[in-house]
Design a protein around this ligand. Structure first.
Ligand SMILES: Cc1cc2nc3c(=O)[nH]c(=O)nc-3n(C[C@H](O)[C@H](O)[C@H](O)COP(=O)(O)OP(=O)(O)OC[C@H]3O[C@@H](n4cnc5c(N)ncnc54)[C@H](O)[C@@H]3O)c2cc1C
Length: 396
């Protein structure tokens, strides 16, 4: 009996948490990518008794998972195929913060929407909290303490890895450069020239998952760049999230998002671009002029932001697919291989239920908590591997 078959039998018989004889090998899952998706899958697999190795080429949360807003909304995906994934994830975020003694700044918050006018007289009239500039008008409440929340995403991602490690998972630093296949079966990865065998391999490489289309039949994944600045604001800004709209003199519409955090910092993101994705995650840097433009915008939003110390100025790429929905599931034509990426602007929100679903799929053969049919990677046409080589060369 193969390791995998034995492990599946064990998992299906509910023995995932039970003590086993030393002779019985565990099912071993290799997860490529230490972002919020990879570490969340690792946590759920390890919690169900699998042996897990997370392989990360740079550092845990080095990419979008460490540089995003960390904003969570229960019902903003209602009416879309993401609804159940988002609602389940929102509930799991609250549970995880409790169960894992999460030190990642999870808290509920009220959320407002508003408009930033070009001058103090051009904003529509409306109520305005005192910390905001007079040229801002709040036009409505977008979420309540029941429906919106936040985490510090780098801390959450690291927290998921720690929680997985506490359940036996292992982190290996290194770059996966290919797969090990026996016939069609995917039975391991090539890790910097070393072969690492496993019963299941999960591609969770964020926007770099496009490179895995050289090894497997995968639809395209693109990286869309976003910029952000983190300020040290102490207690000067109340714990309320704010989504604004602003028309620059050039006619560009910007949609800054402002998230004060429990650790006394305030995160502001805006300014997207279609700059090419560098092959190395640690080569991602802000576009020329983007941070100055963002800081100028922040100074218009609030005098507190104008005078606060900047702790980081950064950029990252969120992974997106052709139809805007994530790819979650078994990869067609490659038994043993799975993918979880393309979560776009909701990767931090949707990581917990994605992790749970992938763990169920690998260990139980089907998902229970959330139906992931809409995210089946087989719904989209696979990339022609010949084009990836070109893209790779151009990106490099
Ligand atoms: C500006 C901005 C703000 C955002 N705000 C929010 C928000 O408020 N709420 C929300 O829910 N979402 C938000 N998002 C989206 C969210 O950040 C992403 O969807 C999520 O972080 C994607 O996680 P990931 O694990 O798929 O990818 P990543 O975080 O990109 O992680 C992929 C990892 O794979 C590793 N890797 C790549 N190739 C290899 C290889 N060959 N071998 C080993 N490792 C490899 C990389 O080093 C990286 O660490 C935001 C995104 C951006 C850009």
């Amino acid at each position: 009996m193969s390791n995998l078959r034995r492990a599946l039998t064990r998992a299906r018989s509910g023995a995932g948490q039970a003590i086993e004889s030393e002779a019985e090998p565990h099912m071993r899952a290799l997860i490529v990518g230490g972002g919020v998706i990879g570490t969340s899958i690792a946590y759920h697999l390890a919690a169900k008794g699998a042996d897990v190795i997370v392989i990360e080429r740079t550092a845990i949360a080095c990419a979008a998972s460490g540089k995003s807003g960390g904003f969570l909304a229960m019902d903003w995906c209602d009416g879309t195929p993401l609804m159940h994934l988002a609602r389940r994830s929102f509930a799991l975020h609250a549970e995880l913060a409790d169960e894992c003694n999460g030190e990642w700044g999870y808290r509920r918050m009220t959320t407002y929407g508003g408009v930033l006018g070009r001058s103090s007289t051009s904003a529509p009239r409306g109520a305005r909290p005192g910390w905001l500039s007079p040229n801002i008008s709040i036009h409505g409440q977008l979420g309540s303490m029941d429906t919106t929340a936040q985490v510090q995403p780098a801390a959450f991602t690291a927290g998921m890895m720690r929680a997985a490690e506490a359940r036996g998972a292992e982190l290996r630093l290194g770059s996966v450069t290919g797969l090990l296949q026996r016939g069609e079966d995917v039975v391991g990865v090539d890790l910097d020239g070393e072969v690492l065998e496993g019963d299941a391999v999960v591609i969770a490489m964020g926007p770099w998952s496009v490179l895995a289309a050289q090894w497997l039949s995968l639809p395209p994944v693109f990286g869309l760049k976003g910029h952000s600045v983190v300020f040290a604001t102490g207690t000067a800004i109340p714990s309320e999230a704010l989504f604004l709209e602003y028309a620059e003199d050039t006619g560009s519409i910007l949609s800054p998002e402002i998230f004060p955090r429990a650790d006394g910092t305030t995160y502001v993101c805006a300014i997207s671009s279609e700059s090419p994705l560098p092959i190395e995650p640690d080569l991602v840097v802000p576009d020329d002029g983007a941070i100055d433009r963002l800081k100028a915008l922040c100074a218009r939003i609030s005098p507190i932001l104008a005078s606060s110390r900047v702790l980081s100025s950064q950029a990252c790429f969120r992974p997106v697919t052709q139809d805007g929905l994530p790819l979650i599931g078994a990869i067609p034509g490659a038994p043993g291989a799975y993918v979880a990426t393309g979560h776009s602007v909701w990767g931090i929100l949707n990581a917990p239920a994605t992790g749970e679903a992938v763990a169920e799929l690998i260990l139980d053969g089907a998902t229970r908590a959330v139906d992931i049919t809409s995210f089946d990677p087989a719904r989209l046409e696979a990339v022609d591997p010949g084009r990836i080589t070109l893209t790779r060369r151009r990106l490099g």
